[in-house]
Ligand binder design. Structure first.
Ligand SMILES: [Zn+2]
Length: 70
């Protein structure tokens, strides 16, 4: 019983380690909003001035990536 619990928690730790190892390296934060020609100063800890700008830019990047792939 105890062994099973230990094995389960070991597996959980391993999964967490794999997830951390595989996560994408975050791009350096930009002091200025990255959304197109917004030009507003970014929020602390973000590369965008607002959630809307972040979402807009993410959509743009997604579209550009998919255009290139097609
Ligand atoms: Zn912005």
């Amino acid at each position: 019983m105890c062994d099973e619990i230990d094995a389960a928690s070991d597996l959980e730790i391993l999964n967490t380690e794999i997830a951390l190892a595989n996560r994408p390296i975050p791009a350096p934060r930009s002091p200025v909003c990255l959304n197109a020609d917004c030009g507003e100063p970014s929020l602390d800890g973000a590369s965008y001035c607002s959630k809307e700008c972040c979402e807009d830019h993410a959509r743009e990047l997604w579209a550009a990536k998919n255009r290139r792939a097609a």
